[in-house]
Design a protein around this ligand. Structure first.
Ligand SMILES: [Ca+2]
Ligand SMILES: [Ca+2]
Ligand SMILES: [Ca+2]
Length: 455
């Protein structure tokens, strides 16, 4: 196949013509166009349109060339390609907020002759650079089950197909749950907690999209992620202790962590502590926690009530891994030195007091959204990491993961320098969510997720 670099002919639309067969509207956007002022081409709104209504052999050939163009397309592969005596001309629109583009493929036969025939088809495609629940929900894997401390349905991944049942529920229970939420989260969703006590788990992306290979993703210059979340329960207790404990969006070393990695229960948020395997989630790692149960003590991080939370107010904070010698302090605020977890008085920690008569922040049964950006650069042989997170962003482009978000300041931010060894261990990462509960329970829905790497 050759690429001759030709240009797309100008198109002039004349009287619309709609073809119908029986009750089926074949070409809702059907229009006869003149391309290059020579021969008639047909604009088809769908590549599934019935072709038998097209009169001549040239139209058929041009149509199949155009369809072939949709298969030939890859993100950024545009121009004119010679094939089998005809040509395919591909172009694509700019990405929308979800990372989709509209591809236009024109099949041409008899180019330059009086018999020149062009057929154009268009299709929307997700670019390979963006990972979404809409396209990739089945690549998000629920945790490996079985250990005594890992409650079976601590995390469930609901795909768009009810037949892909979780093995932790009966089929009837699964289908019932799936049906209950299928219309609410049409693109699939991840359920954290499931009203279970003493639960802990993590769910990671396991796919091959973008820079990822079986869930191991080249971090490059960092990433941008966006998702919706809802705490199903309503915690209006004065100390926010009726429900908990929250969840974490985590980006962790793929060199040290398997796809089954998870931390411990309760205040560990499934991110710190030994967890199911005894190995926890190893450093280096970068995360944003949504902590909805206060643990204000500052004693031994392996003992209970030791996260150094600022107050009883729910908070969002950046966490790394605290001191190297223990995983118990991985989400203790202010723990560690290189890097240090942001202190509870820093820009990397933000709490919001509950209103006097309402639910604690975020634990209100309402729709919320989180955006996370990690900017990564090499400087003097070491890595500079800037972590930014927004909750309920409202500016233009807040859900656009194809560009950095600049319309409003982040709610939390943290910048750290990692030594060369830790920086290298983050060349490949896994990403996903961790959750845990203790004496109290929670149910959180994560939905409408999108992620793109900053390559
Ligand atoms: Ca709470
Ligand atoms: Ca907590
Ligand atoms: Ca640690």
């Amino acid at each position: 196949m050759d690429c001759d670099g030709g240009s797309v002919p100008n198109a002039e639309t004349i009287n619309p013509v709609v073809f119908q067969s029986g009750s089926t509207l074949l070409f809702t956007l059907g229009a006869l166009v003149i391309l290059s002022g020579l021969a008639a081409g047909l604009v088809l709104s769908s590549p599934h349109a019935v072709i038998s209504t097209l009169a001549g052999a040239n139209e058929m050939r041009a149509y199949y060339l155009a369809l072939s163009g949709l298969n030939l397309w890859a993100d950024g592969r545009t121009g004119t390609f010679a094939i089998g005596g005809g040509t395919i001309t591909l172009s694509q629109s700019a990405q929308d907020a979800g990372g989709s583009v509209t591809i236009t493929s024109i099949g041409t036969v008899g180019s330059g002759s009086t018999q020149e025939t062009n057929v154009r088809v268009t299709a929307r495609r997700q670019t390979a650079a963006t990972i979404t629940f809409a396209n990739d929900i089945d690549a998000f894997k629920a945790p490996i089950l079985g250990a005594a401390t890992n409650v079976a349905d601590a995390i469930l991944v609901f795909g768009t197909d009810a037949s892909k049942a979780s093995n932790s529920l009966t089929y009837a229970d699964w289908v019932s749950l799936w049906a209950q939420y299928a219309s609410r989260y049409a693109d699939g969703w991840v359920r954290l907690g499931g009203e279970t006590h003493d639960s802990n788990a993590a769910a990671w992306y396991n796919g091959n999209k973008a820079s990822c290979d079986a869930g191991k993703c080249a971090l490059g210059n960092g990433l941008r992620a966006y998702f919706g979340f809802i705490f199903d329960d309503y915690d209006n207790s004065r100390d926010s202790k009726d429900k908990g404990d929250g969840f974490i969006f985590a980006v962790v070393t793929a060199e040290n962590d398997p796809a089954t990695a998870a931390g411990g229960m309760g205040e560990y948020l499934g991110y710190a502590g030994p967890g199911i395997s005894g190995q926890g989630i190893k450093a280096p790692k970068i995360a944003v926690e949504v902590d909805t149960y206060p643990n204000r003590g500052g004693g031994n991080p392996a003992s209970s009530n030791s996260r150094r939370d600022k107050s009883n107010a729910n908070h969002v904070a950046v966490v790394y891994w605290g001191a190297d010698e223990t995983n118990a302090d991985d989400n203790v605020h202010g723990a560690g030195a290189a890097p240090q977890n942001p202190a509870n008085t820093s820009l990397g920690y933000r709490e919001r007091a509950a209103p006097g008569d309402g639910a604690n922040w975020l634990e209100d049964g309402e729709e919320h959204a989180m955006r996370v950006e990690i900017h990564r650069e090499l400087q003097g042989g070491e890595g500079i990491y800037t972590v930014l997170a927004w909750v309920d962003p409202t500016g233009a482009g807040s859900d656009d993961v194809t560009a950095d978000y600049t319309a409003e300041s982040p709610l939390v931010s943290s910048a750290v320098r990692l030594d060369a060894a830790d920086h290298a261990r983050l060349d490949a990462v896994r990403f996903g969510w961790t959750e845990s509960t203790g004496a109290e329970t929670q149910t959180v829905a994560i939905h409408d997720f999108a992620l793109a790497f900053r390559h």
